[in-house]
Design a protein around this ligand. Structure first.
Ligand code: ADP
Ligand code: MG
Length: 695
C-alpha cells in the first residue's frame, strides 16, 4: 500500500490499532503527525573511549566475549564489546535464550543506553541493540515516549513511512523560505529524523516551528481581516459622554465628607483618556471594532465601558454589557442607574433569575428599542432575545466567557463593535497570539487615591491574629470580607463551608457585629438584599464564596480574610483582594492556609504576598502553570502548537509581522506567489476557518 500524509497511523506496516492508540497519546494520529513528531534530542555515535558516564549514549563495536553472570539481582547475560579504542560491558537482565544466540563472536553491533560503571569497567544495562547497524545514521532521534513505544520502535515506524517514497508537499511560498533562509518542508522533515549533522536537525526544527506558527497567525490574520470588513460608522461627537462625565463629577463632590476631593476633581487617568481615544477612533471608522481592554483590578475599566456605550447610543444604537455573574450584572445595573437615567438613558436588566413577567417585559423593551443600554448575563444570548438595533457590545471579564459566546451575542446584530474587558492580564506577547484578531488597549495606571493593600499569608493555627485585625478594622467603622472556597461541607475535601462558618462566627467571635452570608445558591432577592445591606454599611462583615470575585465595588471594605487560600488560583486571589483597592486607606488581605502545602501552592501564596502588580502576577502564573493550563480549556478555535513554544515571543512576533503583512497586501490570497497559502488554508484549515468565521 502507498501511504499518504493523511493516512491514519494504524495502517502503517507494523503499527495496527493497539500501537495506534499509544501513538495517540503522543499526539500522533496520521502519518503527517508522525513525520512532524519532534525528537527531544539526538544521540550521536561515540567511540568507546569517548563515552561519558551517566549519559544516554550510542556506540558501535564487535562482540569479543559473552557469558552468564550470577549477581544479587539474579542471572544476567553479559556481553563484552570492543571498538579498538576500549571495551564496554553490556548487561541484560531480561533476556530470552533465543535472543542470546544472536550475539555471535566478532559480530558488529550498535548499542544505545545510559553508561554506568560496573566494577572499574564501563557498562550499559539493558541497552537497545541494533544488529548490522546502518553506517550512515550518525545521529539517532530520541523521541518523547509513551508507554511501551520504544525509540527503536518509533524509529522503525518512521523509517517505514519514509521508505514509502511518500510525497511531502511544500506548504510555504518560496519567497518566504528564501527570505527566512529555511529549508523546504521535505528536507526539514527528513532532517528532523535523520540528520547528518545536528545543525541540520536544528534548521529542520526551526522550519517546522516557523510553519506551525505561520498557520496559526495566518488564520488569525484572516479572521481579523474578515471581522474588519464590515462595521458601523458611529457618529463623531460625545455629547452624552460629556453629560455623564458631568453627573459623575457632581456625584463625586456630593461625597466630600468621605473624601478630600474638591468639587469637580474627578478626572480620567491618562491611561483612561488614551484608551477611550483609541476606542472612539475605532468606533468612528467604518471598520468593525474588536478590541480587548486589559487593566488590572480597580484600574477603572467600567467607566471606559460606559463612555463607549454612550457613544453608540448617541448614534441611535443599542448597547449591551454582558457580565459573567448575576451579582456583577446587578451591580453594574445598580451603578449605571445612579447616573444614566439622569441624562435620559433608559436601562434594561436581563438575568436568568428574573420573574417570567419581568423577563418578558425587558425582552419587549429590548426588541422595541425602548431599552438603550442593556445589562445582563449570558441570559442575553438566548434565542428569545432580539434587539432592535444592537450596535455595541461590552463583555466584562472576558476570561469567564468563551469565544463561542462572544460570537453568539455578536450574531444578534449585523456587525456590532465589540469591546472585551479583562482584569486577568496576559503578557502582551501571548495576548497577541491568542487574541491576535483583537486590537489591544491597556490601562496601565491606577486611579489616584487608590489605597495600598498589605497582603499577609499565615497558617490556620494562627487564625486568631486574623480575627484580631478584623476586629480592629471594624472598630474604625470599616467593613470586612471573609471568603471561603465552597458553600457546603464537602465530604471528600476537608474544607470549611461558608454556611457553617457563618453560624459559628456570627454567634461567636463576631456576635456584636452584623454578619451577612453571600453564596451562589441564594436566590436573586436574597443576594440583592445581602449586597445592598453590605454596601449601605448595615452589615459589617460579609462572609462569601467566590461570587464576590469579580467586580464588586465597596469602598468602605478594608479587610479581607481568605480561608483555604491554597485552593484558589493566582489570578483568582488577585481578583479577590482587588475588591479592597476600592477604598483610599490602607487595606489588609490575610491568606489562611494549612501548614503542609505542595510546592506550587506555596509558590503561589508567596507570589501573591509579595507582588501587587497584576501583570507581573500573570507572568508568574504562566510560569507556574504553563501556557496550556493558563489559557484553560477556552476554545480559541486555532490550531494547537506542538513544536513551537507559545512563549517564544521572538518567533511569534516575527511570524506575526510576516503573516499580517501578507494578508494586508493580499487579503484574498489571490497573488500567484501566495496561491500555495490559499491552497493550504482551503485544504487543511477550512473547517477551522469556518468555525472562526462563527458560521
Ligand atoms: P475595574 O477595572 O476593576 O473594573 P472599576 O471600573 O470598577 O475597576 O473602577 C474601580 C473604582 O475606581 C471605582 O470605584 C471607580 O469609580 C473608580 N475610578 C475609576 N476611574 C477613576 C478615576 N479616573 N479617578 C478616580 N476614581 C476612579
Ligand atoms: Mg470591572
Amino acid at each position: 500500500m502507498k501511504y499518504k500524509v493523511d493516512t491514519p497511523i494504524q495502517y502503517l506496516k507494523g503499527v495496527g490499532p493497539e500501537a495506534a492508540k499509544v501513538f495517540k497519546n503522543l499526539g500522533v494520529e496520521t502519518v503527517e503527525d508522525l513525520l512532524t513528531l519532534a525528537p527531544k534530542r539526538y544521540v550521536g555515535k561515540n567511540l568507546i573511549k569517548d563515552l561519558n558516564l551517566n549519559e544516554e549514549s550510542r556506540t558501535v563495536g564487535r562482540i569479543i566475549n559473552t557469558g552468564m553472570r550470577r549477581t544479587s539481582r539474579g542471572l544476567i547475560f553479559a556481553v563484552q564489546l570492543s571498538d579498538g579504542t576500549g571495551t564496554i560491558n553490556l548487561s541484560f537482565f531480561n533476556y530470552s535464550k533465543k535472543a542470546t544466540s544472536n550475539f555471535k563472536w566478532n559480530k558488529l553491533i550498535e548499542v544505545e543506553g545510559i553508561v554506568s560503571f560496573w566494577g572499574r569497567n564501563l557498562q550499559i544495562v539493558n541497552p537497545t541493540v541494533t544488529f548490522s547497524p546502518p553506517d550512515e545514521e550518525k545521529f539517532l532521534p530520541i523521541y518523547p515516549l509513551s508507554q511501551r513505544l520504544t525509540h527503536k520502535y518509533i524509529r522503525k515506524v518512521v523509517r517505514t513511512a519514509f521508505a514509502n517514497d511518500m510525497k511531502i508537499s511544500e506548504t510555504l511560498p518560496s519567497h518566504i523560505l528564501e527570505k527566512e533562509k529555511l529549508p523546504s518542508r521535505e528536507e526539514a522533515i527528513h532532517n528532523l529524523h535523520f540528520p547528518q549533522e545536528l545543525k541540520f536537525a536544528n534548521l529542520a526544527r526551526q522550519r517546522l516551528e516557523f510553519e506551525e506558527v505561520f498557520w496559526f497567525q495566518i488564520l488569525l490574520a484572516l479572521r481579523k481581516k474578515k471581522i474588519k470588513k464590515q462595521g458601523i460608522k458611529f457618529e463623531k461627537g460625545s455629547e452624552l459622554a460629556r453629560q455623564f462625565y458631568e453627573t459623575l463629577r457632581h456625584n463625586q463632590s456630593d461625597k466630600k465628607s468621605k473624601s478630600s476631593k474638591k468639587n469637580g476633581e474627578f478626572k480620567l487617568t491618562n491611561a483612561q483618556r488614551r484608551v477611550i481615544w483609541e476606542i472612539y477612533k475605532d468606533m468612528e471608522s467604518d471598520s468593525k471594532m474588536n478590541r480587548l481592554l486589559q487593566g488590572d483590578v480597580g484600574s477603572g475599566k467600567t467607566i471606559i465601558a460606559i463612555l463607549s456605550m454612550l457613544k453608540a447610543v448617541e448614534s441611535g444604537y443599542q448597547a449591551v454589557l454582558m457580565a459573567p455573574t448575576e451579582v456583577l450584572a446587578e451591580q453594574h445595573y445598580f451603578k449605571l442607574s445612579r447616573y444614566l437615567p439622569k441624562i435620559g438613558i433608559k436601562l434594561g436588566l436581563l438575568i436568568g433569575s428574573l420573574s417570567a413577567q419581568d423577563k418578558r417585559k425587558v425582552k419587549e423593551e429590548i426588541k422595541n428599542g425602548k431599552a438603550q443600554i442593556i445589562i445582563g448575563t449570558h441570559a442575553l444570548i438566548e434565542s428569545s432575545v432580539t434587539f432592535k438595533n444592537l450596535g455595541f457590545i461590552v463583555i466584562d471579564e472576558q476570561h469567564k466567557f468563551g469565544v463561542v459566546q462572544r460570537l453568539k451575542l455578536a450574531k444578534k446584530s449585523k456587525s456590532p463593535d465589540i469591546l472585551v474587558l479583562t482584569a486577568t492580564p496576559i503578557p502582551r506577547s501571548l495576548a497577541l497570539t491568542i487574541y491576535g484578531d483583537l486590537d489591544i488597549s491597556i490601562i496601565d495606571e491606577m486611579p489616584p487615591g487608590v489605597g495600598e493593600i498589605c497582603t499577609k499569608w499565615i497558617y490556620a493555627n494562627k487564625i486568631q491574629e486574623a480575627w484580631k485585625l478584623v476586629k480592629s478594622e471594624l472598630k474604625q467603622g470599616r467593613q470586612c470580607y471573609i471568603v471561603y472556597p465552597v458553600i457546603d461541607e464537602s465530604e471528600k475535601l476537608d474544607l470549611k463551608a461558608a454556611q457553617e462558618e457563618y453560624e459559628k462566627l456570627s454567634t461567636g467571635i463576631f456576635k456584636d457585629y452584623e454578619v451577612g452570608l453571600l453564596h451562589g445558591r441564594l436566590n436573586r432577592k436574597e443576594k440583592a438584599k445581602v449586597m445592598k445591606d453590605f454596601s449601605s454599611g448595615k452589615l459589617n462583615i460579609l462572609i462569601a464564596t467566590t461570587v464576590i470575585e469579580v467586580g464588586i465595588d465597596i469602598p468602605n471594605a478594608s479587610c479581607m480574610v481568605i480561608e483555604h487560600a491554597e485552593r484558589f488560583g493566582l489570578s483568582q486571589l488577585h481578583q479577590l483582594r482587588g475588591r479592597l483597592r476600592r477604598g483610599k486607606t490602607k487595606s489588609h488581605c490575610i491568606l489562611i492556609s494549612p501548614k503542609k502545602l505542595g510546592g506550587i501552592a506555596k509558590e503561589r501564596l508567596n507570589a501573591i504576598e509579595k507582588e501587587e502588580d497584576g501583570f507581573k502576577l500573570a507572568e508568574k502564573d504562566l510560569e507556574l502553570r504553563g501556557a496550556g493550563e493558563f489559557l484553560g480549556t477556552r476554545q480559541h478555535g486555532l490550531p494547537e502548537l506542538k513544536l513551537a513554544n507559545i512563549m517564544d515571543t521572538q518567533l511569534l512576533s516575527r511570524v506575526r509581522n510576516i503573516t499580517f503583512k501578507i494578508i494586508e497586501n493580499d487579503p484574498r490570497l489571490e497573488k500567484p506567489e501566495n496561491k500555495i497559502i490559499a491552497n493550504t488554508v482551503n485544504y487543511r484549515y477550512r473547517e477551522k476557518f469556518e468555525f472562526l468565521e462563527g458560521g
